[in-house]
Design a protein around this ligand. Sequence first.
Ligand code: AMP
Length: 189
Amino acid sequence: MLNFVLFGPPGAGKGTQSEKLIEKYQLIHISTGDLFRAHIKDQSALGQRVSELIANGKLVPDEITIAMLEEEVDKNPDAKGFIFDGFPRTVPQAEALDSFLERKGTSIAGVIALDVDQEELTKRIAQRQLETGRVDDQADKLQKRIEEYFSKTIHVLPYYEGQQKLSKVNGIGKIDDIFAELSAVIDQY
Ligand code: AMP
C-alpha cells in the first residue's frame, strides 16, 4: 500500500490536488473535513456533536476524529493506498495514524506539504466562501481556523520531518504545474 498525507493550511489546495491525484494514482481520498460535512448534512449523531465546533473553526477532539478516520479506512480493505487530506492535524492524530497503519502492516510513505503564503490563502478562502457559502470560510471563523493551524497543526510537520518523510511543494501557481510537482514527488516512491 502506498499512503500519503497531503498537508497544508486551509485554502492551500489540498482538496483540488487530491482530486487529481486519486485519478492518476487510483488511491482512495479521505478528507476528514468532507466526512464531517457529510455527517452534518445528514444530521447524524456525530454530525450534531461536531457541527458547532466546525462552524466556529475549532478542531474536533482527537478521539472523535481518529475513530471516524479509522472507520473510513476500514471501509476500503482493497485500497491500493490512501491520500489523507486534512488529517492528521495534531501530533496525537499523527501518532494514532502511525500505530493504526502499523497494525495493518502498512505505513505513511510520504507527507507532502503545500506551501502557500497567508495573503494568498486569505484571497482564496474569500473566493471559496462566495462560491460555496461555507460558514467556516467567513472571515471571523477563518481566523480561528488559522489560529488552530498555527497552534496545533503546524507541529505535525516536525513530527514527519523527524521520520524523513516530509516534502514541500510550492502551492502557488497554475493548478496543473502544482500537480506536476506533486506527481514528481509521488513518483519517487
Ligand atoms: P477542512 O475541510 O479540512 O478545512 O475541515 C473543516 C473543519 O473540520 C475543520 O476546521 C475542523 O473543525 C474539522 N476537522 C477536519 N479535519 C480535522 C482533524 N483532522 N482534526 C480535527 N478537526 C478536523
